[in-house]
Design a protein around this ligand. Structure first.
Ligand SMILES: [Fe+2]
Length: 302
């Protein structure tokens, strides 16, 4: 089954904010954990939803992020300012990334482009992204006790170097962020492929997380999968990653190895087909991603 990342997912998981950028609140018997921090401009809405879900914002104990992209950790600094006891966790690399002023500036610039779309939510609140300390550096095998169940940490590189997935073993629920791609509703055989740092790592991550045999996957954007759709997703995501690399190579061939030219003809050939998906990607973000991917594909062939 596939459902939107909106509202109550089950009796202890709630997707908050916007379906496009949905943090998940996981309510354990003793501790409450939020996975993903979405974009900063939605921060005030996340805060309201945290209060609605937990009764009191100060009942949120942890905020763990899946990687250091601005649309996955964006609201973390704002939420830390509102909830000073909140413990912020993720890969140690996330801490390093957030310590760089140039990165912080770029993240703020990228989110500013979207301000108009979220002006009703953000109003004139200060939601700026700033350096915050990583209270919980999380690495492979770490376990966090939430009360009646635990949250396990799995390093899952390939999308980014710092990609981290969270798994609730007693509940068989996985939060991969974007590390195994995203469901693409228009054609379930073609999950969205987002390796940006390593094709090999990305394929290995799909294999590794599929071996956990989750019964539910709560993705970093848009959707939650359950039942048979989980297994089908892993198979399709693995195969489509292989097919997608071939597609990148075809475009490189058509452009005689010229990356700029390959980007241009790939945008013409492919971008239109993703616009009518349920998660339409902004064109500049699409161009940025395929530029990185075409460079990777070219390097692998060299
Ligand atoms: Fe990402």
């Amino acid at each position: 089954m596939i459902q939107k990342s909106e509202g109550r997912i089950n009796d202890f998981i709630t997707a908050i904010g916007k379906m496009m950028y949905p943090p998940y609140i996981v309510q354990g018997g003793k501790k409450n954990l939020m996975i993903e921090a979405g974009v900063n401009l939605v921060g005030p809405m996340y805060l309201r939803d945290i209060k609605d879900t937990l009764g009191d914002i100060n009942r949120l104990d942890y905020l763990f992020v899946t990687h250091s992209h601005f649309d996955h950790l964006g609201s973390a600094p704002y939420l830390k300012r509102q909830i000073p006891t909140l413990k912020f966790g993720g890969s140690p690399i996330v801490g390093d990334v957030l310590a760089k002023e140039s990165v912080i500036n770029r993240m703020n610039q990228m989110s500013e482009h979207q301000r108009d779309a979220y002006k009703d939510i953000v109003g004139d609140e200060d939601v700026s992204i700033e350096t915050i300390p990583l209270d919980c550096p999380l690495t492979e095998g770490d376990k966090v006790d939430l009360g009646d169940f635990t949250c396990e940490v799995y390093e899952s590189p390939g999308h980014t170097r710092d990609a981290t997935s969270y798994f609730l073993p007693e509940k068989e629920i996985l939060f991969p962020g974007e590390s195994i791609g995203l469901p693409y509703i228009r054609d379930e055989k073609k999950p969205y492929v987002i390796f940006l740092t390593s094709y090999e790592d990305y394929l290995n991550t799909i294999k590794k997380l599929s071996a956990l045999k989750p019964k539910m996957i709560c993705f970093g954007h848009g959707f939650v999968l359950t039942e048979d759709d989980v297994d089908i997703y892993f198979e399709n995501s693995y195969q489509n990653t292989i097919d997608y690399k071939k597609l990148l190579e075809d475009y490189l061939d058509k452009a005689n190895g010229d990356i700029k030219e390959a980007v241009s003809i790939m945008v013409d050939g492919e971008y239109g087909s993703i616009l009518d998906g349920e998660i339409p990607q902004e064109k500049n973000a699409y161009i940025a991603n395929i530029t990185v991917q075409l460079n990777l594909a070219a390097k692998m062939r060299a």
